[in-house]
Design a protein around this ligand. Structure first.
Ligand SMILES: Cc1cc2nc3c(=O)[nH]c(=O)nc-3n(C[C@H](O)[C@H](O)[C@H](O)COP(=O)(O)O)c2cc1C
Length: 315
């Protein structure tokens, strides 16, 4: 079971919609991989519908450098959680994670993500439905609460009552989005809840962790935390899982690799041409912090194809 195999403290690349797709994960694996990858979240009702299934399966593509990797899913329909959970083992995933923390308005209006904090019975039903229909370990990623930080004292025990294989706590409420510093001061109380209610559940802390050195510093302070999850830290440094400070040349090599994989995504299950616009969001990761970087980035942002970008980069 993957969660037992990971050495403490393990590092995870956070699931990030529109970022941690099958292409970017390969770039990060090249720069220095985390101990564990998560996919972007996939909607279970999309998977359960004939129209949405192909799209869902594309989001669940796995590259050779991905394993071990966890599939993250979201939704609010317990039957659809069951249906989706049934297939994930055969696709090659090491585990299933349920997203009970996304603050996106559309996701919450659909009753999913952080909205699950307000419907705890439904959240547990979705969890049980996933767990009953797979041999894979099922974990949960969530926030402290919907509106008030104090809500974690009721919400986390609710989740720990079903003994998830792992629990990732993003140390903010849904209302706080990412606008306030993560509440590290609550870590000791969260550890105590885990130890008391479900000692077998791996505890993962998430929020504002910059890189490996920062995670190790937190681990020194809170040795009972099992793992640390880094999200936006990869924007500041794609090598954040190794603490290597890349040179401008190394970042340019990563950009070239990103474009190369984009042009030939593994393993061609993606039958249609990938849209170019979303790719442009990645440029600021690679072209940053050197004289002329903002001019070069502006030129790249005005392009409409990989070919145009490659012409500017002279590659
Ligand atoms: C662009 C973006 C997309 C995200 N998509 C997801 C997602 O699909 N699933 C999820 O659980 N969290 C998602 N998150 C939240 C991150 O996983 C993480 O919890 C959050 O960014 C806090 O960690 P950090 O401070 O290390 O970035 C997303 C965050 C960002 C910035």
């Amino acid at each position: 079971m993957i969660w037992q195999e990971l050495q403490k403290p393990f590092l995870i690349l956070a699931p990030m919609e529109g970022v941690t797709d099958v292409i970017f994960r390969q770039v990060i694996a090249h720069a220095g991989r985390p101990d564990l990858f998560f996919t972007e979240f996939t909607n279970v009702s999309s998977y359960a519908s004939e129209k949405g299934r192909w799209n869902a399966l594309e989001r669940l593509e796995i590259a050779p450098t991905d394993p071990p990797i966890i599939a993250q899913i979201w939704g609010k329909n317990p039957e659809h959680f069951a249906e989706c959970a049934k297939v994930l083992e055969s696709l090659g995933f090491a585990g299933i994670d349920l997203n009970f923390g996304c603050p996106d308005k559309n996701v919450n209006r659909a009753g999913g993500g952080a909205a699950m904090i307000k419907t705890p019975d439904l959240a547990l039903e979705c969890f049980e439905n996933a767990r009953k229909n797979t041999n894979l370990p099922v974990s949960i990623k969530t926030r402290l609460g919907w509106k008030e930080v104090d809500e974690f004292r009721e919400w986390l025990p609710t989740l720990l009552s079903v003994h998830p294989a792992a629990l990732t706590v993003h140390l903010r409420t849904k209302k706080e989005m990412s606008k306030v510093p993560a509440h590290y001061e609550l870590i000791p109380e969260i550890i105590a809840l885990r130890n008391q209610l479900s000692p077998e559940t791996k505890l993962i802390i998430n929020g504002d962790i910059k890189n490996r050195a920062h995670a190790l510093e937190l681990h020194e302070k809170y040795p009972e935390v099992d793992g640390f999850m880094i999200g936006r830290g990869v924007f500041a440094n794609p090598y954040c899982f190794t603490d290597h400070q890349p040179t401008q040349e190394e970042l340019m090599e990563l950009l070239k690799l990103h474009l190369k994989i984009y042009e030939k995504p593994y393993p061609h299950a993606l039958s249609h041409t990938l849209p170019y616009e979303p790719l442009k969001h990645f440029f600021k990761i690679y072209i940053n912090n050197f004289p002329g970087a903002s001019d070069l980035r502006a030129k790249l942002m005005a392009t409409h194809s990989v070919k145009e970008a490659k012409d500017i980069l002279k590659i």
